[in-house]
Design a binder for this molecule. Structure first.
Ligand SMILES: NC(=O)C1=CN([C@@H]2O[C@H](COP(=O)(O)OP(=O)(O)OC[C@H]3O[C@@H](n4cnc5c(N)ncnc54)[C@H](O)[C@@H]3O)[C@@H](O)[C@H]2O)[C@@H](O)CC1
Ligand SMILES: Nc1ncnc2c1ncn2[C@@H]1O[C@H](COP(=O)(O)OP(=O)(O)O)[C@@H](O)[C@H]1O
Ligand SMILES: [K+]
Length: 465
């Protein structure tokens, strides 16, 4: 899956309707807006379909209205086009587009498949699951087509959550109209939308959520010294490998100085990591008084025993910016928001879905749930997965889909925690780290180990200089 362009605005269904109303308020007619949508989709269908016979499916709402427009435009350009419909638009520009279609309208049940399929059954107005027979016919027609293009969103995905409500597998591309919707990036949408192409239809989105974009990084200043570059402390626990991965990722993520604070002298390189033996809570608290520390990482391989709890207390109580991952998140559990809200320094959390659910309410949209967690805890929350959502307490959210699924291997989260700390200590933001992590995974190719990811981080950084 690819999303083009990156860094694009994301709007919920109600926000999209409001943006559309603002567009009407500015003097654009409904039929003009629908024609722009139809034209954007028809161009992509013509490009991807390469002149093969097309079947356009039209629903009863405005998504169907767009579909009739697509059929008319394609036929006007000389394509062989058939239309099949569910219901019929009864008002506005959609009804006018349906009336303007001069060809036959077949039923979904009886229509034969064609090499090119355009899905204009339902868009952002879909309110409940597709009827099973409708879902089955749509799946049949998509499976039999060699190219299928969804108008705005594939029919059968909930716009605001990405919940699967009967959408087909195998859509080649989705043309998002005016803005991305959460469904393009969350949940089932990640695999059901195919490539996502955003069409500018002249609607001003005014969004504060966006898809992730490549960051811009700066090389160190000419006079830089190691402490300017960011000092990162990684607190180790019972599983030494995890914290070593985080420390190495911090080093290659651009930190100028990395300390691995371990209960016992650690073995294994690289030698550039400064090893510090800390015996318990007080020793850690003392280490963390150093004002040069830009970020502390606690959680990777920490364990969940009494010693781990003690170290976590010292970290939470310190006045340094703190990245909390893995076991430390599970130790915080339901108390997370309350414990973190009063911290004097910044906190960044990197939970996967299981850790998130132990701390916060995970119901509903992943964007909304992650924003609520950020608001309640005062932390920046990086809610990982195939659809990673980064949310800030102030209401901003960035979504990173389309990461390599080879990331689903042990230790990649530890690497991310170290990378988040390095970029934060260097004055960068959490989404910067997520982009670099995802890019490093692409560069590592298939079946990499978490260790292999680390060497690719500088290469990914090189693409951002
Ligand atoms: N918002 C915008 O800026 C634009 C929107 N446009 C199109 O308008 C779409 C939204 O249009 P609508 O709000 O009319 O919504 P839809 O066309 O997505 O669907 C609404 C219709 O489907 C019915 N329906 C909903 N769920 C159903 C289900 N599960 N089973 C059977 N029937 C169901 C509803 O009763 C209603 O008749 C967008 O996705 C896009 O394609 C474009 O025309 C242009 C611009
Ligand atoms: N299927 C997937 N597609 C894309 N990214 C994934 C997928 N599965 C996991 N990831 C990413 O890999 C990392 C795994 O982190 P985590 O679950 O904490 O692993 P660990 O604890 O083993 O280090 C996260 O950055 C997550 O977003
Ligand atoms: K659709």
């Amino acid at each position: 899956m690819r999303i083009l362009p990156s860094g694009a605005p994301i709007l919920r269904a109600d926000e999209m309707r409001a943006a559309e109303q603002r567009c009407f308020g500015a003097g654009v007619s409904q039929s003009e807006l629908m024609e722009r949508a139809s034209l954007a989709v028809a161009r992509e269908v013509a490009r991807l379909g390469a002149g093969q016979p097309a079947l356009v499916l039209a629903g009863p709402g405005n998504n169907g209205g767009d579909a009739y427009g697509v059929a008319r435009l394609l036929r006007g350009w000389g394509h062989d086009v058939a239309v099949a419909a569910i219901g019929r638009p009864t008002s506005g520009a959609a009804a006018a587009n349906a009336a303007a279609w001069q060809g036959k309208v077949e039923s979904l049940e009886q229509v034969s498949a064609r090499p090119v399929l355009v899905d204009g059954l339902f868009g952002t107005g879909m309110s409940c699951a597709l009827d099973a027979p409708v879902a089955a016919h749509l799946a049949r027609l998509v499976a039999a087509a060699s190219v299928s293009v969804a108008i705005d969103i594939p029919s059968g995905i909930e716009t605001d959550t990405g919940l699967d409500l009967g959408a087909p597998d195998g859509i080649t591309a989705t043309v998002a109209l005016g803005a991305l919707k959460p469904a393009h990036l969350l949940g089932a949408g990640v695999s059901k939308c195919g490539h996502v192409l955003l069409a500018d239809i002249g609607v001003e989105p005014g969004a504060i959520w966006s898809s992730i974009a490549r960051p811009r990084l700066q090389a160190p200043e000419p006079q830089a010294h190691k402490y300017d570059r960011g000092l990162v402390v990684v607190v180790a626990g019972s599983m030494a490998g995890a914290s070593r991965l985080a420390a190495r990722a911090a080093l290659h993520g651009g930190a100028g100085y990395v300390i691995l604070a371990a209960p016992e002298p650690a073995t294994g390189g690289p030698d550039a990591i400064v090893q510090r033996t800390i015996e318990g809570r007080d020793a850690l608290a003392e280490l963390l008084t150093d004002p040069r520390i830009g970020a502390v990482v606690i959680g990777p391989g920490l364990g969940r025993d009494e010693a781990a709890k003690d170290l976590l207390e010292a970290a939470i109580g310190c006045e340094r910016d703190l990245v909390i991952d893995g076991d430390a998140l599970s130790l915080l559990g339901e108390a997370a928001a309350e414990r973190l809200r009063t911290r004097k320094a910044a906190t960044l959390l990197t939970p996967h879905a299981g850790e998130f659910a132990r701390m916060f309410d995970a119901a509903g949209s992943k964007i909304e749930a992650t924003l609520a967690a950020a608001r309640n805890s005062g932390a920046t929350v990086i809610h990982k997965g195939a659809d990673t959502v980064i949310a800030w307490a102030g209401g901003k959210a960035v979504v990173a889909s389309a990461a390599s699924s080879w990331l689903s291997t042990a230790g990649t989260g530890d690497v991310l925690a170290g990378l988040v700390a390095a970029r934060h200590a260097a004055g960068g933001s959490a989404d910067e780290a997520v982009w670099l992590h995802s890019r490093a995974a692409r560069l590592a190719g298939p079946a990499f180990a978490a260790d292999d990811l680390i060497g690719r981080i500088p290469v990914a950084m090189g693409e951002c200089l």
